[in-house]
Design a protein around this ligand. Structure first.
Ligand code: SAH
Length: 286
């Protein structure tokens, strides 16, 4: 019997050019391709002659289980997710099913995880360079996560000045979460903080809106939108949302020279900086 393969494949945001060659190869080699209807549609051009199992949003467990069983029985199976399959995608569920079945490394099926460009990356590219400094992502879906947990993460991310990417911000039925998220983040950030809404990046129906923390709720936000909330270092430049990495704190951007009291290759000198000289003496630095 031929060895079954289970490929968990991130296909990127949508356009063929943004799926990696490895992702395309995994799909091309598969006998069976499993995924949500919308994602299957995105890779339609690769599916000629293959068995395809497409399902709606609520049939995930059955779909993951079917994929694992078929691969175990010797088929080459590709489970596809948009973006990266390991970022709010099918990869987690595949592992839960494998664990429940008592699967061990080395057992059939052979497992292969193929990374993809996640929505955070593609949406960021559409609006400029918002993720240049520390950022995090939070899903506002409370279908599987208790709302108080999401609230706590929003509070922590907002107070620690991360750029925040909000996945699953709203759906037809879930409309209050994004309003609450705005309220929590606003307690820590200025109203004019840039906020970008990117709908269907690199897909048909793409829409990009650049707004502010006080203003963004006036625009349409749905299942296909990612919301990027700037930090205190984010600003708008020529219609782009850009987060400063901090070069200007240390160097003159006109001449590239270090500012008075700063040294290239050394920690930024500010109150509370780690004392490099003392670390050196203690032998913790080479
Ligand atoms: N695995 C996916 C995320 C799935 S969760 C990834 O890595 O990108 C679904 C959420 O992802 C959506 O609600 C939306 O917030 C975001 N998303 C996925 N594709 C997107 C796209 N092309 N444009 C904008 N947002 C997208």
């Amino acid at each position: 019997m031929k060895e079954g393969v289970l490929s968990v494949v991130g296909i990127g945001p949508g356009a063929a050019a943004h799926a990696t060659p490895a992702a395309i190869e995994a799909i091309e080699k598969a006998d069976l391709v499993v995924g949500y209807r919308t994602y299957i549609a995105l890779v339609r051009h690769l599916l000629a002659g293959k068995e395809v199992v497409q399902t709606g949003m609520t049939e995930e467990i059955g779909r993951a289980r079917a994929a694992v069983e078929r691969a175990r029985a010797g088929a080459r199976v590709a489970v596809v997710s948009s973006g990266d399959a390991g970022v709010y995608g099918m990869a987690g569920l595949v592992f839960e099913v494998l664990r429940e079945l008592g699967w061990k490394r080395g057992d059939a099926p052979r497992l292969e995880i193929v990374p993809g460009m996640t929505a955070l990356n593609s949406c960021a590219a559409r609006v400029g360079a918002p993720l240049v400094h520390d950022h995090c992502s939070i899903s506002l879906s409370d279908l599987l996560t208790p709302w108080p947990v999401i609230e706590r993460r929003l509070e922590a991310a907002a107070s620690a000045d991360f750029v925040i990417g909000l996945y699953n911000p709203a759906s037809g039925r879930r409309t209050r979460q994004i309003v609450e998220a705005q309220r929590i983040i606003r307690r820590h950030r200025a109203g004019e903080t840039p906020v970008a809404l990117v709908k269907s990046a690199y897909r048909e129906g793409e829409r990009v809106v650049l707004s502010t923390l006080d203003g963004f709720l006036d625009y349409e936000i749905g299942m296909l939108t990612t919301v990027l909330v700037g930090s205190s270092s984010s600003s708008v430049f020529e219609g782009y949302m850009v987060t400063a990495r901090g070069y200007a704190n240390k160097y003159g951007l006109a001449d590239g020279e270090a500012r008075v009291g700063q040294r290239p290759g050394r920690s930024l000198v500010v109150e509370g900086a780690l004392d490099e000289e003392r670390e050196g003496r203690n032998g913790t630095r080479g």
